[in-house]
Design a protein around this ligand. Sequence first.
Ligand code: ATP
Length: 368
Amino acid sequence: MGRARTRLCYLFGVSLKKKIAILPGDGIGKEVIPQAIRALEAVGAPLEFTSFDWGADRYLTDKTTVPPDGFAMLGRDFDAILLGAFGDPRVPTNIHAKEILLGMRVEMDLYANVRPVRLLDGRLCPLKGVEAKDIDFVVVRENTEGVYGDVGGVFKKGTADEVAIQEDINTRKGVERVVRYAFEYAANHLRLDGSPRQNVLMCDKSNAMTHAGGLWQRVFKQVGSEHPQFKCEHMYVDALCMQMVRDPRQFDVIVTNNMFGDIITDLAAGLQGGLGMAASGNIHPGKTSMFEPVHGSAPPIAGKNIANPFGAILTAAMMLRHLGLGAEAEKIEAAVLAALLAKKTTVDIGGTLGTREAGEWVAQRVGA
Ligand code: ATP
């Protein structure tokens, strides 16, 4: 922000703080998000938080999933959204999770789901001989189309002749914008070691799903030709899964559809220490974007103070970087790295601390 604008804001009492909507949600979301906020407060970032109670408790109380005007309000009044997780066994249909989380992605048109895959500590990777520097790639998952649009139906339900159809939606606009985003991400984000990103890989199953795959292939070829500085690669999703385990060093930026992105990023989370370590952003450049840890609400471990808060804390750092607060983001990431090296972690990644204690250690380190 320019000095003149800063001075004007000061004179007229306008807040310079970024407005953050907090939606902890359900299950472990309610435990890890407070730890992410602690880190954000400790780093002294100019942020103003407003919490919302959307989730299973609210739904069970008054049947509200998304309040009227909810998504429009988030887009209008906030710079970013920090979200925990949705899903609760008391709501077997998971209608609230679907309407809040999938609804937000689609209605706010958050078309690029960006999931960085970084191994912060080699000891967290289940693969032999892999060191921290070996895994540093990002998956850009299409977030608004594919098989998640709930288009289709069942015919002769419950009979021996039942037919179920699940449509896979792939639009030229939807595919092109996410592929473009992947190339722009590659151009604008260096690797952790400071070197430029060099290749963009498109993952599909075009040998079997020829219509959708054909569109992805044509778009990727066209957009790739506009970015000659990058090597353009392609893998079928089955081969990609095998290669991720065999040699994850080869990946840089991967772009893929909604379902394949969902699946391969759980595999990728396994490479970086499990679901508790993975961060993500749901982005629409220029609009209010949403940041959430990759894991879900994890009902079996909820309420026990054992969930790993680092995925949520790294997600908060990702949000800071998106908001132009890169120095603050780095401080938080460095504190998480220090916690890993000092084994000040939760049990899932080999430590002995609880969720709150691990969050407290990171916050103290950030503020030190
Ligand atoms: P979804 O359907 O949204 O993926 P889920 O509840 O089925 O959600 P996750 O919440 O992603 O699945 O978690 C699956 C399992 O992974 C959990 O039961 C838990 O054992 C482990 N897990 C996930 N997140 C964490 C975390 N932050 N810390 C520790 N373990 C975790």
